[in-house]
Design a protein around this ligand. Structure first.
Ligand SMILES: *[C@@H]1O[C@H](CO)[C@@H](O)[C@H](O)[C@H]1NC(C)=O
Ligand SMILES: *[C@@H]1O[C@H](CO)[C@@H](O)[C@H](O)[C@H]1NC(C)=O
Length: 190
């Protein structure tokens, strides 16, 4: 006779839940035409209202795409729609019409090579303040503004590094010339 342990009662629904979300998050939602809609922006919408306005302006519904067939099995789940997300390197924000998908606790990125919205595995937003949920719809990326902030941080870091390079460049040149003048003087005994 089969005997169930008490824990099995909890593991089964948990497994079903995990498989359900994994299936959604691993679905093949790439669509080539998305690349043609990419629009780099300084800022993404901050709330649902500005998100809806941006979505209206971009009019993803009006774009003819023939990718829906490819993901027909789950077509009610994947909608070709407005996204405002970071890029793979987390140094730019962009608007794009793409199929939404389930993300698993990472910032949403648009991957140009794959022409697909996906998790950016370098940006675990469950660790951000405030954190994102461990399962969320990529079409609601505006709710997790900390992901856009990564781009600002990246910009700041790049600026600091290039400023540091400039300063050290300005410092080393006179330093080296003074040093060589010193050596030459020593050699020539002047
Ligand atoms: C972002 O980073 C990549 C890789 O380092 C670089 O090639 C690209 O020019 C950067 N883009 C911006 C907007 O800084
Ligand atoms: C995609 O967005 C639609 C609403 O536009 C939503 O009903 C659906 O659940 C989302 N799909 C995923 C995989 O999150």
């Amino acid at each position: 006779m089969m005997r169930f342990k008490r824990t099995d009662l909890y593991t089964l629904p948990l497994l079903v839940y995990i498989i359900y979300h994994l299936k959604k998050s691993m679905a093949f939602t790439s669509c080539g035409i998305s690349i043609l809609t990419v629009n780099y922006v300084k800022q993404c919408p901050e709330d649902s209202k500005s998100w809806q306005m941006a979505a209206k302006r971009m009019d993803c519904d009006g774009i003819e795409q023939d990718c829906q067939q490819g993901i027909r099995a789950d077509s009610h789940q994947f909608v070709f729609q407005y996204h405002c997300v970071i890029n793979v390197w987390r140094n730019a924000t962009l608007e794009v019409c793409a199929f939404n998908r389930t993300l698993l606790g990472y910032c949403a990125e648009f991957n140009i090579l794959g022409s697909v919205i996906q998790d950016n595995y370098y940006a675990d937003c469950t660790k951000h303040d405030p954190p994102c949920p461990s399962v969320y719809n990529s079409a609601e990326a505006y709710k997790y503004q900390s992901c856009y902030k990564l781009v600002e941080q990246n910009e700041r870091n790049t600026k600091i590094i290039s400023a540091a390079k400039r300063t050290s460049g300005n410092l080393t040149t006179p330093f080296i010339s003074i040093f060589f003048r010193f050596i030459i003087r020593k050699l020539l005994h002047i």
